[in-house]
Design a protein around this ligand. Structure first.
Ligand code: GTP
Length: 475
């Protein structure tokens, strides 16, 4: 699945993208600042992941200085409006920006697969890139933290690193997997579609697991949600699982913050272990959702290939017979007429022999396109084999079917097939048709096709380039 940039869905005003970036960074910073314990850096910091995700989704933004300047303004404004000294804000946010730049350089070659998670390896790429980006900001941040909070270098380094891993592995997938246009449209019907399709059972299982984890408590509670998250991943898909991962981890973080962990350096081991554990656990459901999404896409591509003729895009014979039989049966039950047309290009072998197989293929393709332009959505069009095609027209009387056959025949006759030497090739069509006379006639699709075939045989025998009908009283 290729996911186009979030922010290119509407008419592009030149100020809109930088403003969106600035506002996103500013809002994400405020969220992080709200989680900041007194006297230390924030417990969660989504701004870097949000910025990195936006830059990866909109590659042109990162090339000029505007996006980077807007991002810095967003960081600094949020920090200074909430009372941070300007020198500390500059140092810490410089480290944030450096981490984003390192992450962007790492992810840039993989942007096509990581945006929308279109390859299975994207989850491992996410882990590798997030580790590099986290290190890219933790290294320059460490001396700033030491200076700002008079703490120990090793402690600051690990606190920052684990926080960045947590933020990147939870917020970045959300931005990367957000569906097309989601940011602008807030299309709730579309967002809730997975829930409507797959039902609420996986979600209820998740709530039950979390309730159990809350009451059982202890270090093992981190893993309680995993089975339900895996179920949600298979049921709902990639974007919903990034949202659920974030909600579950935020909930666990809030419970841990109220209960046992202070998110201050004096609990370095617990904080680091908790953050890394949470972030790494979220990769399992994400990997399942990505694998499931890719499998579904492959299956639907295979189904498409099986159901359609690869040269002309018409239905395959098998699909036509399957769908057509159901359609004919339904029309019989409704007492509605149905017409069946068998169409065969005249002297097609000569086209192949005189102008080559490739030219023959072009004729087949253009003929199929011509027919398809004439179809209603409810009509079925399939390739029976070689240069023979069938049309099943529901609720169509014989006289109307005859007109359609004539129209296709004359359109093909006038269609300008251009040969390589510039000359024109004329192709003609023979059509045999049969239409049922409801309510008395009830015949199988095979029977209707056999009668249409008898009519086609007549059309060929009478000189080709014509439409012949077969009526039931002809036997
Ligand atoms: N180019 C091309 N030729 C095909 C394809 N499938 C079948 N054919 C050719 O279609 C030709 C059909 O020839 P015939 O069955 O003798 O029919 P015709 O020449 O159209 O003669 P009439 O039907 O009697 O008018 C054969 O030469 C096949 O090789 C295809 O996918 N591409």
């Amino acid at each position: 699945m290729s996911t186009p940039p979030i922010a290119t869905q509407q008419s592009a005003a030149p100020w809109r993208d930088p403003l969106l970036l600035l506002a996103s960074v500013f809002a994400a910073c405020l969220l992080g600042i709200a989680s900041r314990p007194a006297g230390y850096s924030a417990a969660i910091w989504p701004a870097n992941a949000v910025l990195l995700g936006l830059l990866l989704r909109n590659p042109s933004w990162a090339r000029g200085p505007t996006a980077w300047i807007c991002a810095l303004v967003g960081y600094l404004t949020a920090d200074m409006l909430t009372g941070a000294p300007w020198l500390r804000a500059l140092g810490m946010n410089g480290a944030n920006l450096l981490g984003v730049a390192v992450g962007w350089l790492f992810f840039r070659p993989y942007a096509a697969s990581i945006v929308g998670f279109t390859r299975q390896r994207a989850v491992l790429t996410l882990l590798a890139g997030s580790s590099v980006a986290a290190l890219g900001s933790a290294l320059p941040a460490t001396p700033v933290m030491q200076w700002a909070f008079a703490s120990q270098a090793w402690t600051d380094m690990l606190m920052w690193l684990s926080s960045e891993m947590y933020n990147l592995l939870l917020f970045l997938p959300l931005v990367l997997a957000a569906p097309r246009g989601w940011f602008w449209q807030w299309d709730w019907a579309r967002l809730l579609r997975p829930l409507r399709q797959a039902g609420v059972a996986p979600l209820l299982a998740l709530l039950a697991c979390e309730a159990l984890a809350y009451f059982v408590n202890g270090p093992g509670m981190l893993g309680f949600a995993v089975p339900a998250l895996v179920w949600c991943a298979m049921a709902y898909g990639v974007f919903p699982i990034t949202v659920l991962n974030l909600l579950v981890c935020s909930w666990k973080t809030a419970v841990a913050a109220l209960d046992t962990i202070s998110f201050l350096p004096d609990q370095l081991a617990a904080v680091t272990s908790f953050r890394l554990g949470m972030a790494l656990l979220s990769l399992a459901p994400l990997a399942v959702a990505v694998a499931h999404q890719l499998r579904s896409q492959t299956l639907s591509q295979l189904q498409q290939a099986v159901d359609h003729d690869h040269l002309t895009g018409a239905l395959s014979r098998r699909k036509l017979m399957e769908q057509g039989a159901r359609l004919v049966q339904r029309l019989h039950q409704q007492g509605a007429p149905v017409a069946v047309l068998l169409m065969d290009l005249d002297h097609f072998k000569r086209i192949n022999d005189s102008h080559g197989h490739a030219q023959g293929d072009t004729v087949l393709r253009e003929f199929a396109a011509l027919v398809q332009r004439n179809l209603r959505p409810q009509d079925l069009f399939g390739r029976i084999g070689g240069e023979e095609f069938a049309l099943i027209l529901p609720a169509t009387a014989a006289s109307h079917a005859q007109l359609i056959g004539e129209r296709l025949r004359s359109q093909l006759r006038e269609h300008p097939f251009r040969l390589q030497d510039g000359s024109a090739l004329q192709v003609t069509l023979s059509v045999g048709l049969h239409a049922t006379q409801p309510p008395s006639q009830q015949h199988s699709l095979e029977r209707l096709l056999a009668w249409a075939d008898a009519a086609l045989y007549q059309a060929k025998a009478l000189g080709r380039d014509q439409v012949r009908g077969h009526w039931a009283d002809q036997g």
